[in-house]
Design a protein around this ligand. Structure first.
Ligand SMILES: O=C(O)CCC(=O)C(=O)O
Ligand SMILES: [Fe+2]
Length: 368
């Protein structure tokens, strides 16, 4: 896997003690902010690494979920083979006709935007200390140790096996966070499970293989929100540098502002939002279990100087104690050393968190 990102911060070194940690939102809202503080400037700006729009004849695949769940065998078969191609060639696709109502998607975006509108004091109550804290609010990647900061605030919630979300602050019942997020994540849990059946079949395994081998009954699911406020120097700052995701699949919702890019065919390609569609990408544990047939997609997020962008990824992983290994049927004499890591999902998460985010960390770099 390439290390194709702009030169990125070392997350190993402590940030200078004189840097006061402020959220990107607070900074963006400070009056007369014409330039970014130096600790947000990457040494190689993203402009040196421009992304392109997808080609007409090689565009980001679109998967119609209604065909994948169709009772017509021909339709389902075609959808499964489209899914195989999308996962193999791109590792990312747009998911349409997924059955999650537009009103519910919008309510979720509003609820999470509402969270970021709370005061810093209110949000800071959720500053997590440990990776596995059920709710973590923060800025950058790990602001206490980041040397160069990302132009991004985030909230992460473990939503399965046990549902967690910040309680509604008093007098703010309009935010209705709990109910909205519980309903949304319940829908996405079902959607992810159905998609994984299709992915399992697309690998030539039975539809229930991933479900069973990954212990999806007690899978770890995380809902996150990334807020990228307008940035006065978007060519110098970075929202999220090149990386791959933990887990099996990520299902991402975004407002109608562009910023996501995927690495494909040696280039960065823009993944512009399609109204009401989700963006789905393959993640590290799928790369391992598929014996690298489906590589974990390298992607990144850039920022802009006009409008706040929000992205809301929902990650489905195996259960925390699952040791993911390549499916035997896919090894076929060619056991990929790269996927030979004997750690459970919890240990994998801890390992990945402790390493440099930008390297596009993939299973083949997780050697112990
Ligand atoms: O903001 C985006 O579109 C990407 C978010 C992302 O890649 C992540 O949270 O892992
Ligand atoms: Fe990601």
């Amino acid at each position: 896997m390439d290390t194709v990102s702009p030169v990125a911060p070392s997350h190993q070194e402590a940030s200078s003690p004189h840097i006061k940690i402020t959220s990107a939102k607070t900074l963006a809202e400070s009056t007369n902010l014409a330039s970014i503080p130096s600790h947000y400037a990457f040494t190689t700006p993203t402009s040196g690494d421009q992304a392109v729009h997808p080609d007409h004849d090689d565009s980001i695949p679109v998967i119609d979920f209604s065909l994948l769940s169709s009772s017509n065998p021909d339709q389902r078969c075609k959808a499964v083979s489209d899914l195989a191609k999308a996962c193999e060639d791109w590792g990312i696709f747009m998911l349409i006709n997924h059955g999650v109502p537009e009103s519910q998607m919008k309510a979720t975006v509003d609820a999470l935007m509402g969270f970021f509108d709370l005061t810093e004091e209110e949000k800071n109550e959720f500053q997590g200390k440990n990776l596995l804290d059920p709710i973590i609010y923060g800025t950058s990647f790990r602001a206490s140790v980041d040397k160069v900061f990302l132009w991004r605030d985030f909230l992460k919630m473990m939503v399965y096996p046990k549902f967690h979300c910040p309680p509604e602050p008093e007098g703010m019942s309009t935010v209705c966070c709990t109910e909205v997020l519980a309903e949304y994540t319940g829908k996405l849990r079902k959607l992810a499970r159905e998609l994984l059946k299709g992915v399992s079949e697309s690998l030539g395994l039975g539809p229930g293989y991933i479900d069973e081998a990954m212990n999806i009954d007690s899978s770890l699911q995380i809902l996150a929100a990334n807020l990228y406020p307008p940035c006065p120097q978007p060519e110098l700052a970075v929202g999220l540098p090149s990386h791959s995701d933990i887990g099996l699949l990520t299902i991402l919702m975004q407002n109608d502002i562009s910023g996501l890019q995927v690495h494909h065919g040696g280039k960065w390609v823009k993944v512009d939002p399609i109204p009401n569609a989700f963006v789905v990408n393959t993640a590290d544990q799928l790369e391992i279990m598929s014996n690298e047939k489906y590589k974990s997609a390298l992607h990144r997020a850039v920022v802009n100087n006009k409008t706040t962008r929000i992205s809301i990824p929902f990650s489905t992983g195996p259960s925390l104690d699952t040791v993911v290994v390549p499916a035997e049927q896919l090894v076929d004499g060619k056991h990929n050393q790269a996927t030979d890591i004997s750690m459970n999902y919890k240990e994998y998460m801890e390992f990945k968190q402790s390493t440099v985010l930008h390297k596009g960390l993939c299973p083949n770099q997780v050697k112990i």
